[in-house]
Design a protein around this ligand. Structure first.
Ligand code: AKG
Length: 227
């Protein structure tokens, strides 16, 4: 099932923060994306972290992916009247044309009263955009990869999403990178990648701790740096 969702003619890979300094220094912490996340999901958590950082390359012959909501991962919090928990961004690394499989989107579907409703064909549009552009959308917007009808064009997209810090992300961001690299990062990067604990407002609202401590404390990062 999940293989069908990923696509038989689609190449995907994760661990972008470990593979690319540009990703971790410029993309992961991009001010525009964080402004969107600060406005949409930060009101509902003490901090958010990375949900996904993936490259999705749709090849010739790939059929359209079924429409879905990123928040489908957390069914109990999914619903039009719930508070948003995740925001996503799809970057066009190559030109997103309709023929090459530009992402299909159903604008306004995050406001539907009935999330089981199937969209009419005329409600589905494609995020046609030049390389270098990006589509930012809420986790409750219906969307999916488009069909690639070209003979030889590969549509290269990069997906970054954030999630409220009290939900489990799709990717185990911290396991995708070595501790050696993680300890050199800024606190914000560490927190987005799961190398910091989630410190809520209440004394008892601490998650993702190690030995009851924040991760850098438990791993003695500062001590080692100053010795
Ligand atoms: O490749 C795309 O345009 C969208 C892919 C997607 O939404 C997903 O795999 O979750």
């Amino acid at each position: 099932m999940v293989q069908k969702f990923w696509g038989s003619q689609t190449k995907r890979f994760t661990r972008l923060a470990s593979r690319s300094k540009t990703f971790r220094d410029d993309v992961l912490v991009h001010p525009i994306l964080r402004q969107v996340a600060d406005r949409e999901i930060l009101p509902h958590c003490a901090a958010y972290w990375m949900n996904t950082g993936q490259v999705m390359v749709i090849g010739p012959g790939q059929s359209a992916q079924w429409l879905h909501r990123d928040a489908d991962n957390w069914p109990l919090v999914l619903g039009p009247h719930e508070r948003p928990v995740t925001v996503s961004c799809m970057f066009a690394l190559t030109e997103f044309t309709a023929e090459a499989g530009a992402t299909r989107v159903v604008p306004g579907s995050h406001r539907w009263d009935d999330f089981s409703r199937v969209p009419n064909p005329d409600e589905v549009i494609q995020a046609v955009m030049p390389a270098g552009s990006a589509l930012i959308y809420s986790g409750t917007v219906l969307h999916g990869g488009g069909e690639n009808t070209t003979a030889d064009l590969w549509r290269e997209g990069m997906h970054l999403s954030y999630l409220v810090g009290w939900l489990t992300p799709e990717e185990a961001g911290c396991l995708g990178m070595s501790e050696e690299v993680a300890r050199t990062l800024r606190p914000l990067q560490q927190q987005l990648l799961g190398w910091r604990c989630y410190d809520g407002d209440m004394a008892a609202a601490r998650l993702w701790t190690l030995d009851y401590e924040d991760i850098p404390v438990a791993l003695d990062w500062n001590k080692e740096a100053s010795s």
